[in-house]
Design a protein around this ligand. Structure first.
Ligand code: SF4
Ligand code: SF4
Length: 503
């Protein structure tokens, strides 16, 4: 309004048709022509100053009012992380005094800006699998509670008296251990947040603090870490048995060594599930058969392969993670690996987006991408139909971390007889299976996320649930069993389906 009045008083000093370009100001200026010129000049100065001070006051008060999120939100989007999507920030193990975040001042300035940018829309909470199955975790509440804690502590920090503020951030500040460990790192909160707030990174940072600074973690994670340290796999099966799956599943991929290291097109990353999980061994065996059928020259690392580190990193043990990464990179670089084929979306994310943080630069593809390529090149040909109504469950680490949504569906579309019945929540809007973020190895109280997802899949009436991730395969199989539907509904990996229909 003061802008229009300023414009009206200014136009009252002028004449000419140009005034019509400002119709509101022009209309308001008409009665002002009745005033003497000196009065009109006074009004120009008066309204201009009032307008200027009002604008400055509004801008200055924005951070303190209910619209405070606007400038912070704009700044937050501008300074958003433009690095590889979903890659966690590395910790400088050698030079850091504090690992992770245990106090609000440990957050980076960008993480604090995140807290100010939240508009409390609740979209993150509405999509959170933990919240939607009755857990205490709400990503919206985490952000709001951290902000409240930050606001309360800020005066002490300004005076350099952080120790005088006695309320701890974790537990005391509203974020509980239960919240921190309930997250599946599904990334749905982050993908849906209009302000591009990074919830998962904060949760992982708090896990890092609990694990590395305080040694606090659920008992199952103590076992997980011990297994990874001693046998380089989450299940703790002897590391020397890593190749046994090949004999059990009657496949013979070439085991690459520095001595026997012929040219190869791609390294098949078997993954811990592929090597040790009875069910997923069959999937990796199917991948091997498909690669053989297509004439792909490939090899595996054999016992040189160790867990890619995903469960260690997502559950806060960055030290163990970096140890595993360094050993895997050394093994692959010694063999001249350029391209990796991963069957597990968690390995895919870790190898492709996080290994470069430590000097491991490889082209990494998921088996759905690679098999689609082989199909397109005519190296694989579907020759048998598979009449089935099928629903496909997207893994969070495929859809939201790697934007792989179309490839599995195109593979399924190439199989004659498959009728795809999508679940209401699919693609990048998929509902998590509940296993990410180390949750695969933790007990779950109350309503289980995998059961909710399996119910949604079964409700489509499909006889086959398609998957492309070892964690999802296990969680959905358990969910189908919980409904006593295992006689009617099979859970199959896409590689197994292609293995059945191709020649
Ligand atoms: S989606 Fe983003 S802005 Fe909305 S409540 Fe969650 S954190 Fe806040
Ligand atoms: S990553 Fe998933 S489980 Fe974790 S807070 Fe976000 S929506 Fe919830």
């Amino acid at each position: 309004m003061t802008g229009f009045l300023t414009e009206a008083s200014r136009l009252s000093m002028l004449s000419g048709f140009e005034n019509l370009w400002n119709p509101v100001g022009f209309a308001l200026s008409i009665p002002l022509h009745l005033l003497p010129e000196s009065w009109r000049l006074f009004l120009v100065h008066f309204f201009w100053r009032v307008h200027l001070y009002l604008v400055l006051f509004t801008l200055a008060s924005l951070p303190y009012g209910k619209f405070g999120h606007i400038p912070f939100g704009v700044a937050n989007i501008f300074f958003r992380n433009l690095g590889p999507k979903g890659a966690f920030r590395p910790v400088d193990i050698e030079n850091s005094e504090v690992y992770g975040v245990g106090q609000v001042e440990h957050f980076t300035w960008k993480q604090l800006l995140d807290l100010e940018a939240c508009v409390r829309c609740g979209r993150c909470q509405a999509r959170c699998p933990a919240y939607n199955t009755g857990k205490t975790l709400s990503p919206k509440k985490v952000i709001q509670d951290l902000r409240a804690h930050w606001v309360a502590k800020a005066p002490y920090l300004r005076k350099g008296q952080a120790e005088a503020f006695e309320e701890p951030m974790i537990e005391g500040g509203g974020v509980s251990h239960e919240d921190i460990w309930a997250c599946t790192t599904c990334r749905h909160c982050m993908e849906t947040c209009p302000m591009q707030i990074e919830h998962v990174d904060k949760i992982v940072d708090m896990r890092r603090y609990l694990v590395l600074m305080e040694g606090q973690m659920p008992q199952e994670l103590v076992t997980l870490n011990r297994n990874l340290e001693n046998n380089f796999n989450p299940w703790g099966v002897g590391w020397s048995a890593r190749n046994d799956w090949m004999t059990r599943r009657k496949v013979s991929p070439r085991i690459l060594t520095e001595e026997e290291n012929p040219e190869f097109e791609v390294l098949l990353w078997v993954g811990c599930a592929g090597a040790y999980d009875d069910r997923y061994q069959r999937v990796v065996a199917s991948v091997c058969k498909l690669l053989d059928r297509a004439g792909v020259s490939y090899g595996v690392l054999g016992t040189q392969e160790k867990c890619c580190g995903d469960p260690a990193r997502a559950s806060g043990n960055e030290y163990l993670y970096q140890t595993l990464v360094a050993e895997n990179i050394a093994a692959m670089d010694a063999l001249g690996v350029k391209k990796i084929l991963a069957t597990c979306p968690h390995c895919l994310k870790t190898l492709s987006k996080e290994y470069p943080q430590f000097g491991g630069n490889y082209e990494v593809v998921h088996h759905t991408q690679f098999l689609l390529e082989l199909l397109g090149q005519g190296r694989l040909k579907p020759v048998r139909p598979m009449p089935a109504k099928l629903t496909f469950h997207d893994s969070c680490y495929l859809s939201r971390y790697a934007d792989i949504v179309a490839e599995p569906r195109r593979l399924l579309g190439a199989v004659e007889g498959i009728e795809l019945a999508e679940m209401p929540r699919h693609g990048t809007e998929n509902f998590c299976c509940g296993a990410g973020g180390g949750r695969m190895w933790m007990e779950e109280e109350g309503t289980r996320i995998n059961n909710v997802r399996a119910e949604e899949a079964v409700a489509t009436g499909a006889g086959v649930i398609g998957a492309a991730c070892p964690f999802c395969l296990t969680m959905l199989s358990d969910g189908v069993k919980a409904q006593k539907k295992e006689e009617e509904v099979q859970v199959l990996d896409i590689a197994e389906i292609l293995d059945r229909v191709t020649a």
